[in-house]
Design a protein around this ligand. Structure first.
Ligand code: WQD
Length: 323
């Protein structure tokens, strides 16, 4: 069976494509190249250039490549941008998913792995965030991911699809320098950028109720994210119609901003640079760490990489793009 990976030319999608191929699955990439890079699609993998909003293009891709399953990674993912441009986010992430689901149901495509996010939880006030933790998204981005899960649940029940929604926690790292994230909207690349421009890394607040006062997150290597998608695809191949798994992807361990900044300074050889503490960033929860028991039970998956591999591999990617 052939799996179509939407967004497969992007940072996370390109890693998912490689993991699925390494796992013996046949793949086709569907990407509008708005942020993705055609060069990230491996030789031998067909690339169909199109938007998930284009029903005719989706129908053609599914037909032409005999698609039997979809991994839906395409979408907009910047929390701050979603606050400024909610309609763009709702259109791309919600209407896009709705169009994809309509195309899948019409063609009888029965399996879907969906890229969801820890952003659906908002500001959970718990030590470990499990899939039972109430969802209260605080950004249009997080709202679109939660609505996406609802759309998928209703469609799986009504049409007998087999689905898995994977809630990514904080993604970092790269399988190779060429595949590193070229966005600068998350902690690790934001610190790299500050170091490159001769500035000091900024810590957004150190007065949180945490051991060192800085926010704690669950960082997970993008290769672990990708292997979770392969495990989910295999699980769905034998699943009952109407299956709808919702799974956190995290390591189950927290790292504080100060710990991450210190590790980045060590890895980049900037041990002498002193980070500066600035005001809190609005909307940042003090602690968001995954409870990862369910994914281990359902998929037999657990993360293999640690913080140093994430930072080291991200740094090699940064240096490739910023010689
Ligand atoms: C992490 C921590 C900042 C930059 C992200 C994505 C979201 C979702 C979940 C996928 C925060 C602090 C940052 C800096 C800092 N992922 N920080 N100085 O906000 O946890 O959410 O992961 O769907 O898409 O937004 O990630 O990397 O923005 O911030 O102190 O220069 O680092 O305050 O505590 P976040 P982030």
């Amino acid at each position: 069976m052939t799996w179509m990976v939407t967004g497969g030319a992007g940072y996370i999608g390109a890693h998912v494509v490689r993991a699925m191929r390494a796992g013996g699955l046949r793949v086709v990439v569907y990407d509008d190249l708005s942020t993705g890079n055609a060069g990230s699609v491996p030789d031998g993998v067909p690339l169909v250039t199109g938007s998930v909003l284009d029903r005719r293009a989706l129908d053609a891709a599914i037909r032409d490549h005999a698609v039997a399953g979809v991994v839906h990674v395409a979408g907009k993912k910047q929390v701050g941008e979603s606050v400024e441009r909610p309609l763009h986010y709702y259109r791309e992430n919600v209407t896009g998913l709705e169009t994809l689901l309509e195309s899948m149901v019409a063609a009888g495509v029965g399996r879907l792995v969906f890229s969801s996010s820890a952003a659906v939880y908002g500001m959970p006030d718990v030590d470990l965030v499990t899939e039972e933790t109430p969802c209260a998204p605080m950004s249009p981005y997080g709202e679109t991911k939660l609505i996406g899960e609802w759309l998928i649940h209703a469609t799986a029940r009504a049409h007998g699809l087999r689905c898995a929604s994977l809630r990514y926690f904080n993604v970092a790292g790269a399988a190779s320098p060429e595949l590193a994230d070229d966005g600068v909207s998350n902690l690790v690349p934001m610190v790299f950028e500050r170091l490159e421009t001769g500035g000091s890394p900024r810590i957004f607040g150190d007065d949180y109720a945490t051991p060192d006062g800085t926010c704690i997150r669950d960082y997970v290597h993008v290769e672990d994210i990708a292997s979770a998608h392969l495990a989910a695809a295999h699980r769905l191949e034998g699943a009952e119609p109407g299956t709808d798994l919702v799974l956190n992807i995290g390591r189950g361990e927290g790292s504080s901003v100060r710990e991450m900044v210190d590790r980045i300074l060590a890895v980049t050889g900037r041990g002498g640079v002193a980070p500066e503490v600035t005001a809190r960033r609005a909307g940042d929860p003090a602690r968001v760490v995954a409870g990862a028991q369910r994914i281990r039970a359902e998929l037999g998956w657990s993360a293999r990489y640690g913080i140093d591999e994430m930072i080291e591999s991200a740094w090699q990617g940064w240096r490739l793009r910023h010689p």
